[in-house]
Design a protein around this ligand. Structure first.
Ligand code: ATP
Length: 593
């Protein structure tokens, strides 16, 4: 994708427009002017999302023996969000425009250049006065008169009816105070100077129950993960599983993003696909296996091993998730950002962001974090309900250790606690108490968390698939053709079915027969209008990987050997092959699922 910002913006505009025109994504509440950061998926978008969701669910749960699924509710007891830290710390720093009170995320302010003007206040013939310093930046190339007009309009909008007509507002004591270059202190839309950065909690509040008092406040979940932790014991106790194992969940999440932007990339309502993969603490692995395997470049990550500690499990999941993305057509556009020790939360051991190339830049698609036992321990402490598991194998292995060997393990951990650069080291008494439980076979599992966003994934897949080419038609007229080169597994429509001529009833009947045969197994589209080339082009534009044409040969008009065969067209290679109707399903199903 282009690095020229103008080309990138144009590319994004084309994608947004195609998404609307062909029914992938619509602005929510569009007839009422929209609803910031909320998007609806049209018929093709719904299919695309469903395919991505199914691909994740099958890869992460159904096809594995060690991951179970969960479908928990959006609303939960608010105590969960207190224990998880979301009530106190799930906040972005935001800054407010002094003219309009519009907010912007402190780290999302685009640099601006121009002249800074200051007024001591404003007044209008209605008697209204604003005794407040107004500081704002001219936009590049903006004439001073246009600037003043713009500021009057913004002030009038903010002040309401009392200020009267914008053109009658008088700006008092204009002063040019500075010229700035690349400043991040002015609101990118209004030019108004921004106030100090303040934390803003991103959770959406609501009330549970009819009294709607402060005591009934709860939140729309800002992530799906906490329900997995809160239900960990129920799943563990009811499913006859052993650590290591995982619980996966797909569902809606809500964040009151200060500046939703880049189409669906940063929305206020979105869908997450999260796995919490529970593992033994490294000390338990050490006791059972006599060692904890170390990661090295080229380490074999294909099959999990009993001597893997958190580091190899974390690497394993980065590898698994990369393979997943390659399997849905995102190979070649991924990058990795390994968080530095300074970036990491105090409880996290490692976190890698899988990034993807979007037209607006290379941005996060998924985060994979090794979170230790922070989450389950937090819920254990807050709820008073144990989140420990009992591990017979560990108990038996620990029983064989000598006192010296046990003390050596304790000393190793104490040294690690003392070397901590973030968070509080665990006091010695707490470390010894923890080992006492461990030697008896009990511990709170640690966790690796691959956390992906479905909407970002859908946008990444659309952006990667989008391609334009120019064609000159028979009359010499240039035409821009758009193709979405979706991987067949995620394409919303798998096959287009076309009778060559709509005025040949036998051809139409045969085409409807083929359509009915395939429709039970995959999403198909039947089309008998316009020329066959036009019909192919329409399907190319929505990313349909295969087209089937029913023609004279199908009816046996060119000889009995071609009777009941169709032309199968492959979107990407342009190849056309003759296939028996009876063999179509067997040929297509493995390609699209
Ligand atoms: P960002 O830094 O982009 O705000 P994050 O690190 O806060 O994302 P996580 O809390 O790790 O995101 O959430 C996991 C995944 O959920 C992200 O990788 C992303 O795919 C998705 N996600 C998070 N916030 C949003 C959002 N506002 N809109 C769409 N998807 C989101």
């Amino acid at each position: 994708m282009s690095t020229d910002p103008k080309v990138s913006i144009a590319q994004m505009e084309k994608i947004v427009s195609l998404c609307k025109r062909r029914g992938f994504i619509f602005q929510s509440s569009e007839i009422y002017g929209g609803c910031g950061g909320i998007w609806d998926y049209g018929p093709l978008g719904a299919e695309l999302k469903r395919n991505l969701r199914t691909a994740w669910w099958n890869t992460m749960t159904r096809e594995r023996e060690d991951v179970l699924g969960l479908d928990a509710c959006i609303l939960m007891n608010p105590a969960i969000w207190k224990a998880s830290g979301h009530v106190d710390t799930f906040a972005d720093l935001m800054r407010e425009c002094s003219l309009t009170n519009k907010r912007v995320r402190a780290d999302h302010v685009d640099p601006q250049s121009g002249t800074v003007l200051k007024y001591s206040g404003a007044q209008s013939p209605t008697g209204w006065r604003w005794d407040r310093t107004i500081t704002a930046l001219t936009k590049s190339g903006e004439h001073i008169e246009s600037f003043r007009k713009r500021i009057r309009v913004l002030i009038a909008q903010n002040a309401g009816e009392a200020a009267g007509k914008p053109e009658e507002i008088e700006l008092l004591n204009e002063e040019k105070i500075d010229t700035v270059n690349g400043s991040v202190d002015f609101h990118p839309e209004t030019g108004g100077i921004l106030g100090e950065a303040r934390p803003f909690n991103l959770m959406l509040k609501t009330y549970l129950g009819p009294t709607a008092t402060e005591a009934d406040v709860t939140y729309l979940r800002p992530e799906t993960a906490q329900a997995i932790f809160a239900q960990f014991k129920n799943v563990f106790d009811s499913s006859r599983v052993k650590v290591p194992f995982g619980i996966g969940q797909i569902g809606k999440a809500f964040r009151n993003e200060v500046t939703p932007k880049n189409f669906t990339f940063r929305s206020r309502e979105f869908e997450q696909m999260e796995l919490e993969f529970f593992i033994k603490p490294d000390e338990a692995v050490d006791i059972i296996s006599g060692e904890v395997a170390k990661w090295h470049e080229g380490a074999d990550l294909s099959e999990p091993q009993p001597n893997w500690g958190w580091e190899l499990w974390h690497r394993y999941w980065v590898d698994q998730r990369t393979k997943f993305y390659e399997g849905i057509g995102l190979g070649g556009v991924l990058e990795y950002y390994w968080q530095t020790p300074e970036d990491l939360a105090h409880y996290a051991r490692a976190c890698v962001d899988i990034l993807c190339e979007f037209p607006f830049g290379t941005e996060e698609l998924e985060g994979i974090a090794a979170r230790g036992d922070f989450d389950l321990s937090a819920h254990q402490n807050a709820s008073g309900k144990t989140q420990e598991v009992f591990d017979e194998e560990l108990k038996n292995a620990a029983a064989k250790l000598t006192d010296e060997q046990k003390e050596a393990l304790i000393q190793k951990r104490l040294a690690a606690e003392a070397a901590k650069t973030k968070g509080q080291p665990l006091p010695e008494a707490a470390v010894r108490a923890w080992f006492e439980r461990l030697f008896k076979g009990s511990y709170v599992p640690h966790v690796i968390e691959p956390s992906a966003g479905l909407d970002r994934m859908a946008l990444a897949v659309i952006a990667k698939a989008f391609e334009e080419s120019e064609k000159v038609d028979e009359k010499g007229k240039k035409e821009v053709l758009t193709v979405l080169r979706f991987h067949p597994r995620v394409a919303p429509i798998k096959v287009g079915v076309f009778p060559l001529l709509k005025n040949r009833p036998e051809m139409v009947a045969k085409a409807r027969e083929v359509y009915a045969l395939l429709k039970k197994h995959m999403n198909c589209f039947y089309d008998e209008t316009a020329s066959i080339g036009r019909r192919y082009a329409r399907q190319d534009e929505v990313g349909t990987p295969f087209g089937i044409t029913i023609d004279f040969d199908t009816l046996g008009e060119k000889g009995p050997e071609l009777l009941d065969t169709v032309t199968l067209r492959h979107r990407d290679s342009g190849e056309q092959e003759r296939v028996k109707i009876s063999e179509l399903l067997g040929k297509l199903l493995p390609l699209v699922s």
